[in-house]
Design a protein. Structure first.
Length: 166
C-alpha cells in the first residue's frame, strides 16, 4: 500500500484549492501520523502558497514545548485524548501563525493500545478561523499501522475540507 494514495491526494488538492481561494494559510500538528498529513498536502505542486508548516509532536515534551500543550492536561487525559488534540490544533495555529490547523493524535499500533485506548483510536481537531475548535474521535480498529495512519490523514483532510467550505 502506498503511503499516500490517489484518493488522499485528491482530498489534499481540494483542501489546498479551498484555502487558496480564501487566501488562508494552513498548518498541521501530528503525532501518530508522523507528518503524513503535511506530506499529503505538500505532495501537491504549488502547496507552498498555502501550507506554512507542520509540527510532528511524537513526544509529550514536544507537544508541550512547541505546541504549548499543558503538561497537566497531558498527565490528566493522556496524549491520545480530545483535550490534547484540541490543544495541539490551537497550539499549531499560534506556533505556526496560520489561519487553520489540523491535529492528529492516536494509537496506530500494533502495540501501545489499552482497554481504554485501543489500537486504532485517533483524536482529531481543527482550530482557527475565529470559530470553535472542532473535534472528532475515530475508532478504526486494529486494521494495521499503515492503514490507521492513512485513514487518519483522510479523516483530517475531510475535516479541513468541511471547515474551509463553511
Amino acid at each position: 500500500m502506498p503511503l499516500i494514495d490517489n484518493d488522499t491526494l485528491d482530498l489534499a488538492r481540494d483542501v489546498l484549492e479551498l484555502a487558496r481561494a480564501r487566501g488562508l494559510r494552513l498548518g498541521t500538528a501530528e503525532s501518530c501520523t508522523g507528518g503524513l498529513l503535511a506530506g499529503a498536502l505538500t505532495a501537491i505542486a504549488g502547496s507552498s502558497d498555502v501550507v506554512e508548516g507542520a509540527v510532528v509532536s511524537y513526544s509529550n515534551r514536544i507537544k508541550s514545548q512547541l505546541l504549548s500543550v499543558s503538561p497537566d492536561l497531558l498527565a490528566q487525559h493522556g496524549a491520545v485524548s480530545e483535550p490534547v488534540s484540541r490543544a495541539m490544533a490551537e497550539g499549531a495555529v499560534k506556533a505556526l501563525g496560520v489561519d487553520l490547523a489540523a491535529a492528529i493524535t492516536g494509537v496506530a499500533g500494533p502495540g501501545g493500545g489499552t482497554e481504554e485506548k485501543p489500537v486504532g483510536l485517533v483524536h482529531f481537531a481543527v482550530a482557527g478561523l475565529s470559530g470553535p475548535t472542532w473535534h472528532r474521535e475515530m475508532r478504526f480498529g486494529d486494521i494495521g499501522r499503515a492503514e490507521v495512519r492513512l485513514a487518519s490523514v483522510k479523516c483530517a483532510l475531510q475535516m479541513l475540507q468541511t471547515r474551509l467550505a463553511t
